[in-house]
Design a protein around this ligand. Sequence first.
Ligand code: SF4
Length: 500
Amino acid sequence: VYSQILKQLYPDVPVIAGGIEASLRRVSHYDYWQDRLRPSILVDAPVDMIVYGMGEIPVTQIADRLAAGESLSSLTDIPQTALLLPADVTPAPDNDNIILASFETCLRDKRSQATNFKHVEQQSNRMHGATIWQPHGNKTVKINPMLPPMSTKEIDASFDLPYTRLPHPRYRNKTIPAWEMIKHSVNLHRGCFGGCAFCTISAHQGKFIASRSKESILREVKQVTRMADFKGYISDLGGPSANMYRMGGRDLSVCEKCMRPSCLHPKPCPNLNNDHAPLLDIYKAVDSLPEVKKSFIGSGVRYDLSMHESGNEQIDRTNRRYNEELITRHVSGRLKVAPEHTIDHVLDIMRKPSFKQFYEFKKIFDRINRTQGLKQQLIPYFISSHPGCHEIDMAELAAETRDLNMHLEQVQDFTPTPMTVATEIYYTGYHPYTGEKVYCATRPEEKQSQRRFFFWYDPAYRADITRALQRLHRPDIIRKLFPAYRDPRQNDRNKSKKRR
Ligand code: SF4
């Protein structure tokens, strides 16, 4: 809509789309709100180019080359851009060029869409990816490879620009909840190597971490401390995952060839350096500023990363200290973590670690709270209706979290967003990497019945949950959730025994 308006107002001015929406719609993709497969946004919107991912470097390259007299239509080789070109420029497939199934083929054949996704995800997560081509009618979408991760100097240059740190002036005197949440927070790095199946971060920022220098971070913290309403509390020293600062492969030559979508799943990569020392150093430097009373970690912490035993005694000791420091000094009452489910086969599709690791972390959390006399809460996030999750899995989740004495509140029902492996499974019914069929709750009543299990403690849901568990032949779970429950069939059997 915006690009159409711009083209009407200024037909001769090129329009380049960017940001996460354009980024995630660069190839054919499933749109949940319209419940249909859509072509690349380059086909739907009258834009001349998309810059995908974080755009500082491509935008600068485009500006430099336009300033040097080149036309926009000749800029077909800028990294991290996507363009719509005549179909006859498509090269033959080779190591540097991957030709996807066409949009029209994907419309007819969901398996082709699933296979396309695997290529797109793998290339987005490579240090030196191939160019991707996807035919759309008599045109082709060309997606130039992602740039390697920014150097510290490059990312510092971006964060050190003279931002106002204020909302747009039109919001003056209005409260913006999202702004309230982030105004005293500082971002330490970009990228995420977790590769969670439902998350779009790596499709946008990639899996390699680009980290700011300590000096750049401290400059920004000092800027925050000078804000009129700053009371001494930094609300978040974070990133896409809070604790990936300065992490990556030990041997970068191995990472250069790597196609894994996650450095943590199915098992932490032996080449991954999970040393939390640089992050502890940042926490210490921020906390020693006289204007800072406390700094909190509001972004999600990957406890599987901080608890992973690397085999290097010094790193493992530092990481244990990280957990201690995090829990004693950087939690603002409640620490949010994201196990997302309790059942292994669902967690496997989510690309999350086993729930056993949550128990391990909870033990550490409870012990530190006990010994330090703290009364902090651990708040786990969960998702229902994720691909691969059956109703019975949600029943087991309810029983397990009840055993843990938890009344869940941070929960969500899976909503597909473009360009995630979970969305491709939801739409196509196939796992893009194995080709196997995967069950997915798609009908509203199926989704509702899964979601209900989060709220087993609410009397309003008790009858429905009981009926569902009777249908699933799981009276044991009914008794776990509602100890006062008496199976009516058992009562009938008892009565007839007595009569006999
Ligand atoms: S750390 Fe391992 S999984 Fe991650 S990019 Fe390097 S080689 Fe690949």
